[in-house]
Design a protein around this ligand. Structure first.
Ligand SMILES: Cc1cc2nc3c(=O)[nH]c(=O)nc-3n(C[C@H](O)[C@H](O)[C@H](O)COP(=O)(O)OP(=O)(O)OC[C@H]3O[C@@H](n4cnc5c(N)ncnc54)[C@H](O)[C@@H]3O)c2cc1C
Length: 417
């Protein structure tokens, strides 16, 4: 019988691994994910701000693996790993493996603050991005009916976290305020609508070059974003954001983009976990286990070049998925993983992007075209590339889109079920 490889998580790392293994049809592969689709997280902010459809960046696994006869897909949430018995357990099933690969990625980190978690929006899956879109659009519908005073929380859209996600979201909502809302609600003035970006560091995009940080700050200010640097949020109760210095900002829309933490599954010994990531060696093998591997955001690999582990980025996840796949197919000695940093980028608005390549940094219009081209190339399926290109081209020409649907799940009452 051929070897059975179980992959938990079909994100950037897990999907690339499955596809690499599938090049030689020697292994039996099962991909397990708690959702039925692969998600292109870098464009979640465009779903949240009504620029692209969720289906353009969410790809059903069954469609992806339709022609891959040796790959099976199961949709279920794995809750336990039992290494002694080579099996994993979900709420409704058990799966045996010869080799296990954990590629479960991260979730939003609310730092254990349950009140905050219950009230602020995270943006780590398609559903959450749609929820933000619904909630923000509902706010404008409410505003036009109720005509609240300008000190009401509906007028403050607060984004916490000045990394790429927070900065991109703030820029997108600022453009919405400038270009879209006055046309959608011609009888309303949005002059009092505040897009507030709260950032704990000195400048936004702290992980990028100083040129990128300075430029992104300039772009955010040009777009009218209220940027609060060196500012920490202590609490949010659904109505008020309380800052560390005691300042209170009323807001009914708070998006939390201030950190992620690993999706750890019960069963791996605590001594092999570091900062909520599985400690792996240079072959992505989890320390202390012979047949368990971890890749992507959930893997913590210390190297001379990356003494604190690699950044939690799609490019690292893809590289580790591909590398482990190639090693698993080898009959000779395995190669250690070496990450070739290709750089990072972020876009704040139309013609306003920042790109840090290894030897070259640039910003502005060219960076913006470069960002768009690269993201289009990374999107799965030609149909989605065309759909996104069409939406972007339409928005470029018209400064508008027609994707502002408020779709909330229909709840049946008990008697109807
Ligand atoms: C809003 C946003 C914007 C981003 N922008 C960028 C960017 O511009 N550039 C960049 O390089 N990176 C970006 N990132 C980071 C990038 O998305 C991650 O680094 C990347 O997704 C990591 O890939 P992964 O495969 O490790 O995990 P993921 O892609 O998160 O995939 C993990 C998968 O595991 C599944 N899963 C989790 N737990 C379980 C379980 N118990 N049972 C079953 N399935 C499970 C999840 O459903 C998910 O499908 C962004 C992230 C976010 C949230």
């Amino acid at each position: 019988m051929s070897e059975k490889i179980l992959i938990i998580g079909g994100g950037f790392a897990g999907l690339r691994l499955a596809r690499t293994l599938n090049q030689k049809r020697e292994k039996r592969i099962t991909v397990i994910d708690k959702v039925n689709h692969h998600m292109f997280q870098p464009l979640f902010y465009q779903v949240a701000s009504g620029r692209i459809e969720p289906s353009n960046i969410s790809f059903p696994f069954r469609k992806i693996f339709q022609k891959s006869k040796n790959i099976q897909f199961r949709m279920t949430d794995i809750v336990k790993i039992v290494p002694e018995e080579n099996k994993v357990i979900s709420e409704d099933a058990e799966f045996k493996y010869d080799k296990l690969v954990i590629a479960t990625g991260c979730k939003t980190n609310f730092y254990g603050n349950e009140v905050l978690e219950g009230n602020a929006y995270g943006m780590k899956n398609t559903q959450e991005a749609i929820s933000i879109r619904n909630h923000v659009l509902m706010t404008f519908e409410r505003l036009i009916i109720e005509r609240q005073r300008s000190d009401d929380g509906d007028w403050n859209l607060v984004i916490v976290g000045g990394g790429p996600t927070g900065a991109e979201l703030a820029g997108a909502f600022a453009e919405m305020k400038r270009d879209v809302l006055p046309r959608d609600y011609p009888k309303m003035s949005f002059k009092n609508l505040n897009i507030i970006l709260i950032n704990a560091t000195e400048k936004p995009l702290a992980s990028m070059s100083t040129e990128a940080q300075d430029k992104s700050e300039e772009y955010l200010k040009q777009l009218g974003v209220i940027l609060m640097n060196n500012t920490r949020v202590d609490a949010y109760d659904g109505e008020n954001v309380t800052l560390h210095d005691g300042t209170v900002i009323p807001s009914n829309n708070v998006i939390w983009a201030a950190g992620v933490t690993g999706n750890i599954i019960d069963g791996i010994s605590q001594e092999h976990i570091m900062r909520n990531r599985y400690i792996v060696d240079e072959y992505n093998k989890v320390k202390g286990y012979d047949n368990i591997y971890a890749i992507g955001d959930i893997a913590y690999m210390e190297t001379a070049e990356y003494p604190q582990g690699h950044a939690q980025l799609a490019s690292v996840a893809i590289a580790q998925g591909e590398h482990l796949g190639k090693n698993l197919l080898k009959t000779s000695a395995w190669e250690p993983f070496k990450y070739k940093d290709k750089g990072s980028m972020a876009t704040i608005g139309k013609h306003r992007a920042v790109v840090d390549l290894r030897d070259f940094k640039f910003q502005g219009r060219l960076a913006w075209y470069f960002w768009m081209f690269l993201h289009l190339m990374l999107i799965l399926s030609v149909r989605n590339k065309i759909a996104i290109f069409y939406n972007w081209a339409w928005a470029y020409i018209n400064k508008d889109s027609s994707l502002r649907l408020i779709i909330v799940p229909h709840k049946k009452n008990n008697t109807e079920q």
